[in-house]
Structures are given as C-alpha cells and as structure tokens.
Design a protein around this ligand. Structure first.
Ligand code: ELE
Length: 213
C-alpha cells in the first residue's frame, strides 16, 4: 500500500468535519485553528490558494500543537515538498497525478488524493490509495452518487468535499464509504474577516457533534 493509511486514518477519523480554509495571513490562520480546536475540530486543511498559506501552516504547526495541520490544493511535487517543509501533517489534492503520487511515495507525510469517477478510483486502487477525497462532491453527484460507488469499491473510503453544508452533511456522513467530510462552512469568510472567532467556535462545536467520529 503506497498510501500511509496508518498516519492518515487517525486524522480523518478524529472529527466528522475537516475545515477547509484559505487564509490571508499566518495570524489569521492561528486564530482560526485555535477557534476551531476550541469547538472540537482539531484538524484543519489550509489550502495553498493564498500567498500566506505556507507561512500559515508553519505558524499553526508551531503555535497550535493540538491541531493536525494539513495542506490542501496541492497540485504538484514542488508544492508537496514545500508543504512538508512547512510542517504539514497531511497533504490533500483535488485530483491525482503521477507526479503527486510519486511525491507521496517518497514522503513520510500522507496524501489524500482526489477522485471523482470509477476510472479515477480504479487508478487510485492500482496505485495503492484507498482513502480518497471526493471532489467536487455535490457537483459530481453528491451523496446519491457516492452511495452507488460503495458496493463496487468496498475498500474505498471518501472524504467528500465541495458543496457540503449543514443541509446535506448528514446524507454524506450516514454512508458506509464516507470517513469524514470537508467543508468551508465551519469557517465562513465573513466571520473570519470580522474577527468573529466565537462564531467559528460555535459552528465547529456544532459540526464536531455530527455523526461518525
Ligand atoms: O482547493 C481545494 O483543494 C478544495 O478542496 C476546495 C474545497 O473543496 C472547496 O473550497 C470547498 O468549498 P465549499 O464548497 O465551500 O465547502
């Protein structure tokens, strides 16, 4: 098994919801990670979609040790290595390329690669990856689509991300092939910009109570 399942599983099973965030500064990321952890969400995916992301990962790893800080939107080996150097505990990719899979094989830091179709899932199985991100979840067919994959791919567990919200989260979490979900709703941009971290703690606490973990 190329995937470091033993390292990845505890991170994905510790909480039902993985907060996916894009941060403007390292300070904002630290405040956010603390607010989420206070609500019971102690893993966070900081996407490499802002210039502050790598610095943010570095600071969260140092200053919020109770949080498992991962890097998201990792699209190539260079970003994989940069995220690992920043201290990321796990790497998330919206899809999967041979380059990213090779980077994962060479690293102690586990990868959650993305897949959305049966052929993509079969390619991941061939490469030894069984914990997958399902992205973009809602837009690709949602919980009904994932449910139909379960009997065909019994060994695969997904983290659906993209369009998951309080409205549909239970549809996903009730499926046998869902290990957790990813989403931005627990850290809304407006609350982050307003510095309303109490609201984020409240949303995190609500999310932490959902089924699964
Ligand atoms: O950049 C990535 O690799 C991502 O994972 C993108 C996220 O899945 C979406 O940002 C989810 O956004 P929501 O639909 O608001 O929950």
């Amino acid at each position: 098994m190329a995937q470091k399942i033993k390292a990845l599983t505890p991170i994905l099973t510790a909480q039902p919801v993985m907060p996916v965030v894009a941060v403007e500064s390292a300070r904002q990321a630290v405040d956010l990670a603390r607010a989420l952890a206070a609500g019971g969400l102690r893993a966070i995916e900081i996407t490499l979609r802002t210039p502050a992301a790598l610095d943010a990962i570095r600071c969260v790893v140092e200053e919020v040790p109770e949080t498992a800080c991962g890097a998201g939107t990792v699209l190539n080996a260079r970003q994989y290595d940069q995220a690992v150097a920043a201290g990321a505990k796990f790497i998330v990719s919206p899809g999967a390329t041979m380059e990213v899979l090779d980077a994962a094989r060479d690293s102690a830091v586990p990868l959650l690669p993305g897949a959305a179709t049966p052929s993509e899932i079969m390619a991941m199985l061939e490469e030894g990856f069984e914990l997958l991100k399902f992205f973009p979840a809602e837009q690709s067919g949602g919980a009904a689509y994932l449910k139909s994959l379960a009997p065909v791919f019994p060994s695969i567990k997904f983290c659906p991300t993209g369009g998951v919200s309080t409205k549909n989260v239970n549809d996903y979490l009730s499926l046998p092939n869902v290990i957790c979900v990813g989403g931005t709703w627990v850290a809304p941009k407006a609350a982050v910009e307003a510095g309303d971290f109490a609201e984020i703690t409240r949303l995190a606490a609500e999310a932490a109570k959902l089924g699964k973990a």
